[in-house]
Design a protein around this ligand. Structure first.
Ligand SMILES: [Zn+2]
Ligand SMILES: [Zn+2]
Length: 330
């Protein structure tokens, strides 16, 4: 972040301005989009850091917009690099906030939900065979949320297929997988999509494992969802996908097919790894991501569990439980 160079906002589609905001995360800067419509709308808010706040102000200034002018903010999803400074922005602009219903408990930091969230991961990591001393990652992850975001609120929830209030040219697409709360926006007239972290050019989005909304529901099969939501977009006419990180994507179909194929190659690899005997998800994770699995446990384990889910659906893997740990075999 030390070498971050402030860029002026750029008009990337008619009435759509991209603002690049630095983040302290390995993913690099995040893109926010300012959309001109009946209401001046900002898509995403950036992480809660002084650098991000400064960059947001400077970016808006470069197109003669003041923070106070922003009338509404839409979140693509609840990750802190996208929603962290929502409350700070809301305090200054009084903007109306919108997101998918599943973003609400994260953005509003609903305590009952967050403790369910942590318990869910303890249980999941235990049954995955994660050693006890590694479970501190769950607390660390929790602290990440409270460090780079502050409690805010969502005024209106958005669902798939509806017109965006205050932006009558734009339609909401529910695009889950990377996150349960992930939505994208689509403008049919010029086939532009604000894609958040659903479609990114230089990195393949992780289908993060997340808890369901509450205990009464089963764990969402996030990789299956992600693949399905990608296929939904491959079937659509999209001339330009504006991503949450990196440059806009033209030729989304090719990129999606590439991603799906690479993804399937990993499923095959996991099946190969099971040929020489049963393994836990944690053991498979170490074999699939030997250099990454320790530092990036939530990310890599999400990926590994996602591929196990795929094989389970296809009845290509068996599972047995012993002392609370799940063992997979062919
Ligand atoms: Zn994200
Ligand atoms: Zn992101």
């Amino acid at each position: 972040m030390a070498n971050y160079v402030q860029k002026p906002a750029a008009e990337v589609a008619k009435g759509v301005f991209q603002l690049e905001i630095p983040t302290p995360f390995s993913v690099g800067p995040v893109n926010l989009y300012l959309l001109q419509g009946e209401k001046l709308t900002l898509v995403d808010a950036g992480p809660l850091t002084e650098e991000a706040w400064h960059a947001l102000n400077a970016g808006l200034e470069s197109i003669q917009v003041r923070l106070e002018d922003i009338e509404q903010v839409i979140l693509t999803h609840h990750h802190v690099d996208h929603c962290g400074q929502l409350e700070r922005l809301r305090r200054v602009s009084q903007a109306h906030t919108m997101a998918h219903p599943l973003a609400v408990p994260y953005v509003e930091m609903d305590e009952a939900f967050l403790s369910f969230h942590d318990r869910f991961f303890y249980d999941l990591y235990r049954e995955s065979g994660v050693p006890d001393e590694k479970l501190v990652i769950i607390e660390k992850y929790h602290r990440l949320i409270t460090t780079f975001a502050e409690k805010s609120r969502i005024d209106t929830v958005l669902k798939h297929g509806q017109k965006v209030p205050g932006l009558s040219e734009w339609t909401v697409l529910y695009t889950p997988g990377h996150s349960q709360s992930h939505l994208s926006l689509y403008r049919e007239t010029d086939r532009v999509m604000v894609a958040g972290d659903h479609i990114i050019k230089r990195i393949s989005s992780n289908a993060f494992i997340e808890p369901p909304r509450d205990q009464s529901q089963a764990r969402p099969l996030t990789l299956v969802q992600y693949r399905t939501a990608l296929q939904m977009c491959a079937d659509m006419e999209i001339d330009l996908a504006l991503s949450g990180h990196g440059e806009p994507v033209a030729g989304h179909r090719e990129l999606i097919l590439q991603r799906l194929q690479k993804n399937w190659e990993r499923t095959d690899r996991l099946r190969e790894l099971l040929r020489d005997g049963e393994k836990t998800a944690y053991e498979l994770n170490a074999l699939l991501f030997p250099t990454l699995y320790e530092q990036e446990l939530p990310l890599t384990l999400s990926e590994t569990l996602g591929h196990i889910d795929l094989l389970k659906i296809l009845h290509q893997v068996e599972c047995r439980e012993a002392e609370g740990v799940l063992y997979y075999s062919l």
